[in-house]
Ligand binder design. Structure first.
Ligand code: ARG
Length: 597
């Protein structure tokens, strides 16, 4: 009888177990298994082990080869080079492992939970009140949302924080302007329906520009605006109420953009800069009392040996300005205290533009000196690069303005809809379906392009490439998924065609083995992506999976009358597991996988 395989065990783990059984002196040493071109796997661990045991790696490897007893798992094992092991698996082991994963009743495809999950507070999707969202906000939202899903999938407790820019001196100007022009935020049909996101943004924009013009040209208005900042900071009720209108109006707009992006944001997770007001004074007092921050030219500052300006003078982190105002740093330091102490974070993740890296380096270091971050709490900035235009320069409109995120998304959806209309025409999709799929493909394409280069790098926003059916795109993966669904439907509808069923006794064709071995890597890839915050490794995995499926489909006929029924069943099984893996992976990235495309 076949051994019982635990749901979580991959072929890698099974090989590792067999190796350590063959060589008890290896103990818990990592066999360092890698996928290899020469065999299925190569184990490099004998070299380090030999060093530790003061033995000869080739001798150790030879000993393993003669002692190993796992005929159901290992078809061939041989020593190569200075003491590597080349390992070829039996076809049975591959199919059996996949069958166990497919049978996982929890729907997790056999992916184990992390051994020691913690609590991660993740700061992402943080646009600024009364301002338009641009491509930078796209990146934070898309990368952050993917990391949330991936971390939760590994069993981590995840707390979302949208640190929106809802505080600062510009609100004195805005509120003052609204007091003097009271109907500027009213909407024509406000009594009938709430404004749309577009309407909300356009009135905010108008108001922002008008107040800015006045502020720059009218000294008295400037003075009244400055007094208004003082009233706002003192919590004067009328001022606060008007400020709240700006925040509420902006949220209507933010939510409409997130909705378009198919990213769910829930209100209690929106804790903007203003949410930490009550802590700012105490944060500064604690920093000053502990000597972490010192007074310098009237400001409260933290200094660092390794942070210097171009003139060689130290550049401090300013926690409290000379005029008594608190800045971005005081808010972030207070947020750290809140997230660690009140939310119980063991990890803090900030999905923020790489251009803010110095700020976060200084903030984290300050928090460490103050004891708010300890060895038990890790703080990381998941820094992302700039979105560039096709010309390789920062993305701007022809007029030189920053590109509005909504325009960009609309264009992506429009392009994708055209692709769907052309490619899926033969499916006889109705106009509603074409529109729906266009949205799923277009938004998926934008997200995928953003996620598929490593976050730290800049990338070119190129819609032609993003919606291409060939190459490393979500469109390619979505079509692979839909193709599999169509095969499965056809099998289901054709009388007498068998259903998906694994047959471990069958010999596998090379394309089936390659597909099967890759399918088995999902859990490992996810663990890596979660611990290093690298969603691009998941896109790469899925792209390769879709490619391996394409090769398999070219080389191995699935629904052919020439196949024995068990071959059809086993191939349908591989199709089904591939589809489920693709769908799960895309879902973690926030990308939909329509069944008919
Ligand atoms: N609102 C900021 C921006 O648009 C990003 C906020 C980042 N998060 C933080 N905790 N500082 O650039």
């Amino acid at each position: 009888m076949a051994p019982v395989i635990s749901l979580a065990s991959t072929v890698d783990q099974r090989i590792a177990d067999a190796l350590s059984a063959a060589l008890p002196e290896a103990g818990a040493a990592d066999p360092l298994l890698r996928r290899s071109d020469r065999a299925d796997f190569q184990a490099n661990g004998m070299l380090a082990l030999a060093k530790r045991l003061k033995g000869n790696p080739r001798e150790l490897a030879t000993k393993v080869v003669s002692a190993i007893t796992a005929p159901e798992l290992i078809k061939e094992i041989e020593v190569s080079g200075p003491g590597f092991l080349n390992i070829t698996l039996t076809d049975r082991a591959i199919t059996e492992t996949l069958a166990a994963r497919a049978a996982d009743a929890t729907g997790r495809l056999g992916v184990p939970y992390a051994e020691h999950p913690g609590t991660t507070v993740i700061d992402y999707a943080q646009p600024n009140v009364a301002k338009e969202m641009h491509v930078g906000h796209l990146r934070s939202a898309v990368i952050g949302a993917a990391m949330v899903e991936i971390l939760e999938f590994t069993g981590e407790k995840v707390i979302r924080r949208h640190h929106i820019g809802d505080w600062g001196t510009q609100f004195g100007m805005l509120v003052q302007y609204l007091i003097e022009h009271p109907h500027e935020l009213d909407h024509k049909n406000a009594t009938e329906a709430a404004p749309s996101g577009e309407e909300a943004m356009s009135s905010l924009n108008r108001l922002y520009k008008a107040s800015r013009t006045l502020f720059d040209s009218d000294e008295e208005f400037k003075t009244r605006s400055r007094d208004r900042v003082v009233a706002l900071q003192a919590g004067e009720p009328e001022t606060l109420a008007l400020w709240q209108r700006f925040v509420d109006e902006s949220k209507i707009y933010f939510y409409s953009v997130f909705d378009k992006l198919d990213i769910a944001i829930s209100d209690p997770d929106v804790v903007g800069e203003s949410g930490y007001n009550d802590m700012l004074e105490e944060t500064c007092r604690l920093l000053e009392e502990s000597g972490v921050a010192v007074r310098s030219e009237g400001a409260l500052c933290v200094f660092f040996d390794d942070v210097k300006g171009p003139d060689g003078n130290p550049v401090p982190l300013i926690v409290k300005k000379t005029n008594g105002g608190y800045g971005y740093a005081a808010t972030d330091l207070s947020a750290i205290r809140d997230r660690v102490r009140n939310l119980g974070a063991s990890t803090l993740v900030y999905v923020v533009d790489a251009r803010q890296s110095l700020h976060f380096k200084m903030v984290f270091e300050t928090a460490r000196r103050a004891g708010w971050l300890s060895d038990e709490v890790k703080a990381v900035q998941l820094a992302f690069g700039t979105v560039l235009g096709k010309d390789g320069k920062p993305f701007k409109t022809r007029e030189g303005e920053t590109v509005r995120l909504v325009d960009l998304l609309d264009e992506a959806v429009e392009r994708a809809t055209a692709v769907v209309r052309e490619k899926s025409g033969k499916l006889g999709l109705g106009e509603d379906e074409i529109t729906e799929r266009g949205g799923q493909v277009g938004i998926g394409a934008v997200k995928y392009a953003d996620l598929s280069t490593s976050a730290a790098r800049d990338y070119k926003f190129d819609l032609d490439q993003m919606v291409s059916l060939n190459g490393d795109t979500s469109v390619y993966i979505q079509y692979a998924y839909a193709r599999i669904q169509s095969i499965l439907r056809k099998a289901d509808e054709t009388a007498g065609t068998p259903a998906p069923l694994a047959h471990p006794e069958l010999t596998l064709a090379p394309a089936e083995r390659a597909l099967g071995l890759h399918l088995d890597q999902l859990g490992e890839v996810l663990a890596e992506v979660a611990s290093a915050y690298e969603p691009h490794k998941l896109t790469a995995y899925l792209y390769q999976l879709a490619s391996l499926f394409t090769t398999f489909y070219d080389q191995c006929h699935v629904l052919s009358d020439d196949n024995a029924p068990e071959v059809v069943e086993n191939r349908l099984f591989l199709c089904d597991l591939t589809a489920r893996t693709l769908k799960q992976g895309l879902a973690l990235l926030g990308i939909q996988a329509p069944a008919r495309l």
